[in-house]
Design a protein around this ligand. Sequence first.
Ligand SMILES: C[S@@+](CC[C@H](N)C(=O)[O-])C[C@H]1O[C@@H](n2cnc3c(N)ncnc32)[C@H](O)[C@@H]1O
Length: 299
Amino acid sequence: MTTLLYGRPPVVFDPPGDAIQTSPLIPDSAALEAQDPGSADSVTIYAPPGVLERRYVLALALKALKVGGRLDVMAPKDKGGSRLGKELKTFGLEVAETAKAHHRRCIVIRPETVEGLDEAIAAGGPQIVPGLEAWSQPGVFAWDRIDPGSALLAEHLPAMKGEGVDLGCGYGALSIVVLRSTAVTKLKMVDLDRRAIQAARRNIDDDRAKVWWSDARILEAQGDKDFVVSNPPFHDGGAEDRRLGQAFIRKAAELLKKGGVAWVVANRHLPYEAELNAAFKRVRLVAEAGGYKLFEAVK
Ligand SMILES: C[S@@+](CC[C@H](N)C(=O)[O-])C[C@H]1O[C@@H](n2cnc3c(N)ncnc32)[C@H](O)[C@@H]1O
């Protein structure tokens, strides 16, 4: 009996305890993409908020299910839940829909034929984004553009030297800039999102760079790095969580040697100053523009 799970549904939905986790946001999980077609008896999906990303995940789940297998999908009403039933019907499915705890839940028994799977998988899968000329994927942070915060950091970043870390590297936008400096000897790129990690591996062909699928907060730190660059996340599971960015700042300080430097960009409304001042010896506001602020912090 193969039971797959994607994400972490609230406990009111009684998620299966013995399922194989397939979320790209949970390091070391299995990949939904790697499941044999028609091999799963049931799949439970806590559907992601983006349309392309959600249709991609639903299509992969339907592909993995055996005929007669059960798909159980839920999403908050205001984060895609209200369109879930309609979206599933576009695959030519019969859908049983209910509402619970501000979510919509849809149950589908997989029929012999499902329409449009390949299109949904192609639209939501890894791709080279025109204009960006880089690999990325719907669901990855700012997947089809350069984030303005990262652009501000890239504009002001001097040539880095020695060994460094890109904390929350995404598809590699900042690392590409960092690696232009020939004085950089090693760069560790870390992100929680497997899709970002896979895109970054394709975007950066440089022996100095190593890409890690990991939660930055639990990264081992030896206090031996020369620099850290970061545009820290401030959302956890869809909700704003400033503690995440603050944890990134503390981790940046732990990673650095004395005199090492962190370049950190943040939305102007985020309260990172106290954390920066507590963790670093010297903090300088380098630039403020377009709703972002950029700091250089020396340990
Ligand atoms: C604001 S984005 C910056 C991405 C990239 N540096 C860029 O400039 O496009 C923050 C990144 O942190 C990642 N992230 C979120 N939580 C994380 C965690 N706990 N550990 C590591 N990375 C995380 C997100 O997946 C996202 O790619």
